[in-house]
Design a binder for this molecule. Structure first.
Ligand SMILES: Nc1ncnc2c1ncn2[C@@H]1O[C@H](COP(=O)(O)OP(=O)(O)OP(=O)(O)O)[C@@H](O)[C@H]1O
Length: 435
């Protein structure tokens, strides 16, 4: 658990970046700091690993003041990922990931083995190991950055806008990948972004900050979307918060009707019977996969759907997985369909049934009025004494857990080049690692 207690930072030029922030990031959870530019997010993050020292208050990791340890010792338990990955340009991917374990005195074999394992974990191929950073895409570099931060298995990860420099599609992939990794690793992650969508997607809890590190609201994404505390938070969340909140609710409660679903090869009598009771028929193939919609008035008089070219059927937009997708996906499926009906499928792609926009309304209401439980997207609500308390502890952060930048052999720290360049010009060099 990372606790900020009345933490303040006034830079030497008098800028009050953070006035007096109180905040607790639960162990084993992702806590996102989000807010407009200049709200003190990066300053707060860097005070955790003592790249910046607070001018007032204290920061505790599992109850221990970060200032009670030397910066190198502290950083043994803290991984750090920044925008543009901050990789050593002149070292291969493998060497980049091996850097910290090697600094910590691991044998070459052990460090190599760990690095190769991590590259696979973050979704890279073995062949990437020999490349240099410039031979990778931005998204791949970012994955290497995550692998490097995880190399020494620190219990705490600080991530400062790690995915901002990549395009939206890659960004989405990296976000999904981070959630997958986190479900396996349960790190205590403090994640900075200025993007509220990213905050909502990733955060178990989200801290919305205003100028001076002022904490406007600290809540789960669903609470934030349902009950913004003030006009600042509401405007920061944007106009579609109601719809976005549906992302956290399962579509499994959506009633799916099989009646409008008919096989292209179905007996004409059956087709004609369905036509009588449904304004739209969803035509499926032999494997029960959707082909397209057909308005009832365009069903051939003899009921032979085989005579209707598949190309003449109206597109169904997209389907939703009735077991794993969200209510938002179901609603989107209905909205995008010319028939205003969502097509629900199983994990094998077979159509289970369809639901009109109107038929989705009760499930949407239940989500909005609180009678349905938010269950999906890796963001279960954090309850008191719940799973959040089961995360990494002091022992995990102890001396056997090697860190990202420290070199216990020398007491010196070998910061990645980009991390040093990324330093504020503030006279923060009183920190031991830069003196
Ligand atoms: N080295 C510094 N010297 C003086 N002021 C600084 C320094 N670093 C940051 N600041 C100021 O402190 C405030 C908070 O900066 P910080 O970088 O923490 O904000 P942020 O929320 O991370 O912003 P962004 O989203 O733009 O990265 C800003 O007003 C910034 O100009």
């Amino acid at each position: 658990m990372i606790s900020f207690v009345q933490v303040g930072k006034t830079y030497p030029d008098g800028t009050v970046a953070v006035a007096a922030t109180d905040l607790t990031a639960e162990s084993g959870r992702i806590t996102v700091l989000v807010g407009p530019s200049g709200s003190g997010k990066t300053t707060l993050l860097r005070m955790v690993n003592r790249m910046i020292d607070p001018t007032s208050g204290e920061i505790l990791i599992d109850g221990v003041d970060v200032r009670s340890k030397s910066a190198p010792e502290l950083r043994r338990g803290i991984g750090y990922v920044i925008q543009n990955a901050g990789l050593f340009p002149h070292r291969t991917v493998l060497a980049n990931v091996m850097t910290v374990p090697r600094l910590l005195g691991w044998s070459r074999e052990k460090a190599r083995e760990r690095a190769m394992e991590l590259l696979t974990t973050v979704g890279l191929e073995e062949s990437h190991a020999k490349r240099y950073p410039f031979q990778l895409s931005g998204g791949q570099q970012q994955r290497v950055g995550v692998a490097r931060a995880l190399a020494a298995d620190p219990p705490v990860l600080l991530m400062d806008e790690p995915f901002s420099a990549v395009d939206p599609v890659v960004r989405k992939d990296l976000q999904t990948e981070l959630l997958r990794l986190q479900s396996e690793l349960s790190k205590t992650i403090l994640f900075v972004t200025h993007d509220i969508d990213e905050a909502i997607q990733l955060g178990d809890k989200v801290a919305v900050l205003n100028t001076g590190g002022l904490l406007e609201q600290f809540d789960t994404p669903t609470e934030l979307l349902a009950h913004p505390k003030n006009a600042f938070v509401e405007s920061f969340l944007g106009l579609d918060r109601g719809v976005r909140r549906l992302s956290f609710f399962s579509s499994s409660g959506v009633p799916l009707r099989p009646e409008p679903v008919v096989a292209r090869s179905a007996p004409p009598a059956e087709v004609l019977a369905r036509k009588g009771s449904q304004p739209w028929l969803l035509v499926v193939d032999e494997a029960h996969r959707p082909l397209g919609w057909l308005p009832a008035d365009q069903v051939p008089g003899d009921g032979d759907l085989g005579s209707v070219p598949v190309g003449d059927l109206t597109s169904y937009g997209h389907t939703f997985d009735a077991e794993t997708d969200s209510l938002r996906a179901a609603l989107d499926s209905a909205i995008l369909s010319p028939s205003s009906r969502a097509v629900g499928v199983g994990d094998d792609g077979r159509v289970i049934g369809v639901a009109s926009v109107e038929e989705l309304v009760p499930a949407i209401r239940a989500a909005q009025d609180g009678s349905a439980q938010a269950t999906i997207h890796g963001n279960p609500e954090i309850g008191e004494g719940g799973a959040a308390d089961a995360g990494a502890g002091v022992d995990e952060a102890g001396s056997t857990s090697p860190g990202q930048f420290g070199n216990p052999a020398t007491g010196q720290v070998d910061l990645p080049v980009a991390d040093q360049a990324d330093r504020p010009e503030t006279g923060e060099d009183s920190n031991p690692e830069t003196s």
